[in-house]
Design a protein around this ligand. Structure first.
Ligand code: UT7
Length: 347
């Protein structure tokens, strides 16, 4: 008998990639005037990964994640209908990174494009991908969140360089008719927040010049304390709204998957919403803030704990400002799937 449940887009696989090089707080303390104590207490970060190697950009990490995802899920290049990459550090201004990833992993002749919503990029890309699957236009869509933040971080600015790291992770989305999958997504933006968090040069407003390079204007500019306040407010607001409109009480949630920008932002948001920390995915201590990659890297790290039907809330806040939340129910046995790939292991 045909199911009467609507077609939903469900995550049916996840895989991540982080570079080998570990930049720990001790090494950062030799680069700028900071300390392990300050970084740990203010952010929760102990170390982050850095992509080294001539000519390697964001696409390198994303392609590694996508290859692993396809291997794990038994997906062949010809099976994939669409690939979307969320990134704020594309290999080039154009062409987009998604095009390069497809070429690197042997996927040909499909639609592929980037989504740029900074730290909310993964939720934005998921929202786009979900429409293609739910509409029946695509059966297998890959969404990858990837950022080589080390390429746009000023390693003389102690207020920003300590929080960012490099990484990538990808999910496979497929149609689901068993009630699992993405139930709801909220996207928000406020361009007036650009002044607090942006990369001043390299775009059409201020093209690259010897002066922009000398003044380090191709790096992230962040007014951390201001962004912090907006992040707590934005993540709380969007999570509260998605819970209210889906009739979800805190005790009904199995997992919260927050963007990993600062452990204190995550803890404050969880406390405001009455969500206990043992339900909140955290891996910021290992990778720092990998921008578009944080949420799928959390799913990868926690995959072996995830059970069919687990109710999950995703929430992110970042440059733009952009923010967003998603509510989904998990679609597969994470422990069995994690055993098939070289999973990240215990968090
Ligand atoms: O990912 C998307 C968006 N980004 C975020 O969500 C990040 C949000 N912001 C933050 O996470 C925090 O604001 C930071 C981690 C960036 C900074 O932490 P903070 O507690 O807000 O510090 P602050 O900027 O208010 O600075 C407090 C003090 C200052 O010293 P004075 O003026 O009080 O003497 C800073 O100079 O801490 C100093 N400081 C540092 N000291 C040691 C700033 N960075 C460092 C550092 N080591 N790395």
């Amino acid at each position: 008998m045909t199911s009467l449940l609507p077609i939903r887009a469900a995550i049916t696989g996840v895989h991540g990639y982080v570079p080998d090089y570990v930049l720990d707080n001790a090494e950062l303390s030799r680069m700028v005037d900071t300390s392990d104590t300050w970084i740990t207490e203010r952010t929760g970060i102990k170390e982050r990964r850095i992509l080294k190697g001539e000519g390697l950009g964001t696409s390198h990490m994303a392609a590694e994640a996508v290859r692993g995802l396809m291997r794990k899920t038994g997906t062949k290049p010809a099976d994939v209908d669409l690939l979307i990459c969320a990134t704020v550090t594309p290999d080039f201004v154009h062409p987009c990174t998604a095009n390069l990833i497809c070429d690197m992993v042997g996927i040909r002749n499909i639609g592929s494009f980037d989504v740029q919503a900074a730290c909310s990029g993964f939720i934005y890309a998921l929202a786009v991908a979900r429409q293609f699957v739910a509409a029946g236009t695509c059966r297998k869509v890959i969404v990858v969140g990837a950022d080589k933040m080390s390429s746009i971080v000023d390693y003389t600015d102690r207020a920003t360089c300590v929080i960012f790291g490099d990484g990538a992770a990808a999910v496979l989305l497929e149609p689901s008719r068993d009630g699992t999958g993405i139930m709801d997504i909220i996207l928000r933006s406020d361009g007036s927040g650009a002044k607090y968090l942006h990369q001043p040069a390299g775009g059409s407003r201020m093209p690259a010049s010897a002066e922009t390079v000398a003044k380090r204007l191709h790096s992230v500019y962040q007014e951390g304390a201001a962004v912090y306040k907006f992040a707590v407010a934005g993540m709380s607001e969007v999570t509260r709204e998605i819970m209210a409109r889906n009739n979800l009480r805190p005790d009904m949630i199995d997992w919260v998957v927050p963007h990993q920008a600062n452990r204190r932002i995550i803890e404050t948001t969880a406390e405001k919403l009455g969500l206990p920390m043992d339900k909140v995915m955290i891996n910021i201590h290992k990778y720092g803030n990998t921008t578009a990659a944080t949420i799928p890297l959390c799913l990868w790290d926690y995959e072996d704990k995830l059970k069919v039907g687990d109710r999950m809330l995703l929430a992110a806040f970042g440059g733009g400002f952009t923010w967003g939340g998603a509510y989904l129910t998990w679609a597969y046995d994470g422990a069995a799937a994690a055993g098939k790939g070289n999973g990240a292991g215990a968090v």
